[in-house]
Design a protein around this ligand. Structure first.
Ligand code: 26M
Length: 821
């Protein structure tokens, strides 16, 4: 433990030993001789949880006593990963627990491998939410995360004969020791039915929603331990259950057994996380999920508010700010208005005044296919009153637009919440901008594009409402916990304050040319590569020489992220090596981790292609001393924690303008990997920080991408004029990689030629290949590379999620810390 945190904790190593053994006996009903790693894990969790819950109580007391303004982070996803190591580090108990367990004859690292990942998210957006709640607790800010208690998180990926198959994830199968059920805070949520219009005696119109069914929301709390262990906030996740009184007694009075069918329906709501990262599926159950967790959370917030303020709504927006993590929780906006107007009897103006001061919205994407839209018909069926409220919001908003641009129907069509297509659609992005007091993008370039391309008229209507908060990552998980050796080395040189003051890392720049430090830094990298190589061997059977360059691309599989650009370059290297066995390159291992949305055909084809190419290359003795390719199955947070510390090169190669920010780029660079990347998302800001000599930037800029598309891009021009590109693409169509089955990889080629190459893979190929060659040359200069790697770590201070959260706090949330004794 560091001195900063150790002192906060009276617990001794022997106390910890006793607590673990006590839980082994009294909670697990086993003993030291019989216990396996899983039992040890549970007992250790229980011992840690005791400490956590004490601090949770003091935090809640402090927040209650101070009646503080708090942020409520609404997110359909929280990609928490494992909690044990994080909680131990944040409590300052890691070292002591490690020793305690060693004395008990068990290894903490092995025991921690027993913990299943909490994979309640798809990727970047969900992991960002997890980093943010870590920072909120660390900064002693009153905050609560609200989301869904999925029974099954993101699918487990298996690779069979090279192809992805999806298996259910069951993170709670043997019980989750961190979560606490709170039956005292159950909520009832209405769905379906119809709206009755009532005319009051003074001519006023009142609406009453008569729901067709009701489901129960059961909250599960996951404690979120801040670094230093003082503030413990909660992540509150809602599980759906059948409502006992409604569905059993009233609706199904006749049939005890039939009533079970209703149960199944209700319990379906929180059954499974939708795996469609960056595409909008428009499924009814998904909309119900979104409404379900928003309605539960709002009721929870209002109950807490009323406990302190009774029926006086005037201070609501002073006490409550709700951050919408993308548009997934945007239905909370009409839900709050419904509560204020229909339930609290407020007039529209007063309700709008409160609601529009409560919500703020973060946009995470510009991809048109990812912008959420719901058929009006679907909303009408599930949430009839909300559809009416959305129409009313839009009606009033259209009057504002008319004031600003009289007679301009084109602008009205563009800004309207309602898209008048053959099927009327509700645009959740427009609703979110109109219903929020602040809107932000997640990196400078992304926020600029949100203003200039996505919502340009909104910027004119409400100057200053659209803003930027560049993403960040928690250095506690993504350096301290996942890379203990490097963390120790850093603390020896610059002290142990960096986990909360990440700018301190710049002190390492002083040692960038220090031979001893370079050697230590690169030795740690080497050791991490040895460890990862062992893992790779177990998981795939492939042997990697740790002296190879470890080149890593880890992220969801998507055309815009261009894993196939990486693959084409691998094929180019393979060809060059076959043509010239002395082709001059440092041996390199390309490692991939990626899940494809189950319905995304081409993404799955790319995974298949990577695996088939990997198979061929890894078994080709002509080249496999210089080239290896590994696809690690089931990429997830806990695997990222093993891969990132071992990376030499970080692949961040999205088409410029498509990756809103990226956060893996920050994690890899923080751990001393050099980025090969485009001028996209946060890469631009990373390049600004590390300097152009410490990053390999290549490819078209956003402006060049726009121009190329406007001028009519034809990928065949490149194919016809490049011998290498032509040969590689044609190679994919043969049976070279799929013996006896020519054409199995043809869809990849097809998408890049007849498919029009929408993400400009071919247009960027030569520039990419050149950047890779530069990286290769740079790696051979050992001291030069060490220097660059050290500078990368040293210059990542900006990208701590603490900085992001401070910006939200100062510019959007206006919170004050609440220190807990
Ligand atoms: C949509 C419909 C149905 C089911 C799920 C979805 C869905 C889920 C997650 C759509 C998008 C989802 O996430 C998008 C995402 O992760 N975006 C990433 O956000 C990061 C944090 O801001 C950025 O760093 C990445 O650039 C951005 O791609």
């Amino acid at each position: 433990a560091t001195s900063a945190t150790a002192s906060l904790n009276g617990l001794s190593k022997d106390d910890i030993k006793q607590a673990i053994v006590r839980h082994l006996h009294c909670s697990m009903g086993t003993d030291e001789n019989k216990a396996n790693d899983h039992a040890w894990w549970k007992a250790a969790c229980a011992a840690v949880q005791e400490q956590v819950l004490e601090r949770l109580r003091s935090t809640q007391k402090a927040h209650y006593m101070n009646d503080t303004r708090a942020v409520h982070y609404f997110s359909a996803e929280f990609l928490m990963g494992r909690l044990m190591s994080n909680n131990l580090h944040n409590l300052g108990l890691y070292e002591k627990t490690h020793q305690a367990m060693r004395e008990l004859g068990v290894d903490l690292t092995d025991v921690m491998e027993q913990e299943p990942d909490m994979a309640l998210g798809n990727g970047g957006l969900g992991r960002l939410a997890a980093c943010f709640i870590d920072s909120l607790a660390t900064l002693d800010l009153p905050a609560i995360g609200y989301g869904l208690h999925y029974e099954h998180g993101l699918f487990r990926q298996e690779i069979r004969s090279g192809a992805q198959i999806e298996r259910p994830d069951s993170w709670r199968d043997y019980g989750n020791p961190w979560e606490i059920c709170r039956p005292e805070s159950i909520q009832e949520i209405p769905l379906y039915g119809y709206v009755e219009t009532k005319y009051g005696d003074k001519g006023q119109i009142n609406k009453e929603w008569h729901p067709g069914s009701i489901v129960k929301g059961v909250p599960w709390d996951i404690p979120v331990v801040g670094y230093g262990g003082k503030t413990v906030n909660v992540l509150r996740l809602w599980e759906s259950q059948a409502s006992d009184y409604f569905n059993w007694d009233v609706f199904n009075a006749g049939g005890y057994v039939d009533a079970q069918r209703e149960n199944v329906q209700a319990e379906t709501i929180s059954k499974v996380l939708y795996p469609n990262d960056e595409t909008e599926a428009g499924k009814e159950l998904r909309l119900i999920q979104q409404y379900f967790f928003c309605a539960c959370s709002l009721k929870d917030i209002i109950r807490r508010y009323k406990r302190a303020h009774g029926d006086d709504w005037s201070r609501f927006a002073d006490q409550v700010v709700i951050q919408l993590n993308d548009t997934h929780p945007a239905i909370a906006i009409p839900e709050l208005i419904r509560i204020l107007v229909d339930r609290a009897g407020m007039d529209w103006g007063a309700a709008w005044e409160i609601s529009s001061k409560t919500f703020a919205y973060t946009n995470h994407t510009l991809l048109p296919e990812a912008l959420e839209k719901w058929p009006a018909r679907m909303l009408e069926k599930i949430l009839p009153r909300h559809l009416e409220i959305i129409y009313e919001i839009n009606h009033r908003f259209m009057r504002k637009v008319e004031e600003k641009w009289p007679g301009d129907d084109a602008i009205k069509r563009k800004l309207s919440i309602i898209e008048e297509s053959s099927e009327k659609m509700i645009r959740m992005g427009n609703l979110s901008v109109i219903g929020s007091f602040a809107v932000n993008g997640v990196a400078e370039i992304h926020s600029r594009l949100v203003k200039e391309n996505l919502f340009p008229e909104f910027e004119k209507l409400w100057p200053g409402k659209l803003t930027n908060v560049t993403n960040g990552i928690t250095p506690r998980r993504w350096l301290k916990a996942c890379n203990p050796a490097l963390s120790k080395l850093i603390s020896e040189r610059i002290g142990d304050k960096w986990p909360t003051e990440l700018y301190k890392l710049q002190g390492l720049a002083n040692f960038a040319d220090d031979k001893e430090f370079q050697q230590q830094f690169m030795q740690i990298k080497h050791d991490n590569k040895v460890r990862l190589a062992a893992e790779v061997k177990t998981l795939t059977g492939v042997e990697l020489d740790p002296n190879m360059i470890f080149d890593i691309q880890i992220k969801r599989l998507h055309e815009y992220k261009r894993q196939h650009l990486n693959l084409l370059h691998i094929l180019a290297l393979y060809r060059r090596l076959l043509e010239d066995p002395d082709y001059d390159m440092h041996p390199r291992a390309f490692l991939f981790g990626a899940k494809a949305a189950p319905g995304y055909k081409l993404a799955k084809d790319i995974i298949y292609a990577i695996n088939k190419v990997a198979d061929k290359i890894n078994n080709d003795v002509r080249v496999n001393h210089k080239l290896k390719v590994v696809f690690l199955p089931n990429y997830r947070v806990s695997l990222a924690e093993k891969m990132i510390p071992a990376a030499d090169i970080s692949e961040q190669i999205s088409t410029a303008g498509k990756e809103a920010s990226g956060t893996g780029n920050m994690k890899l660079s923080l751990n001393g990997a050099l980025t090969v990347g485009t001028l996209d998302g946060a890469n631009i800001e990373i390049a600004e920080e590390v300097g152009e000599e410490n990053i390999f930037i290549f490819g078209l800029t956003v402006e060049q991408v726009q121009k190329l598309h406007a001028g009519g891009y034809n990928p065949y021009d490149i194919y016809d004029n490049s011998r290498e590109i032509k040969a590689i693409l044609d190679w994919l169509e043969t049976d070279y990689f799929t013996p006896g089955k020519p054409g199995e990889l043809a869809s990849v080629k097809q998408s890049l030629l007849d498919g029009g190459d929408p993400y400009l893979v071919l247009a960027d190929f030569d520039a990419y290949s050149e950047a890779q060659q530069k990286a290769d040359r740079a790696y051979r200069d050992k001291a030069g590379w060490a220097r660059k790697a050290i500078i990368n770590t040293a210059r990542m201070g900006k990208f701590t999620s603490d900085r992001s959260i401070r910006e939200y706090v100062e510019r959007i949330w206006r919170l004050t810390p609440c220190h807990v004794e």
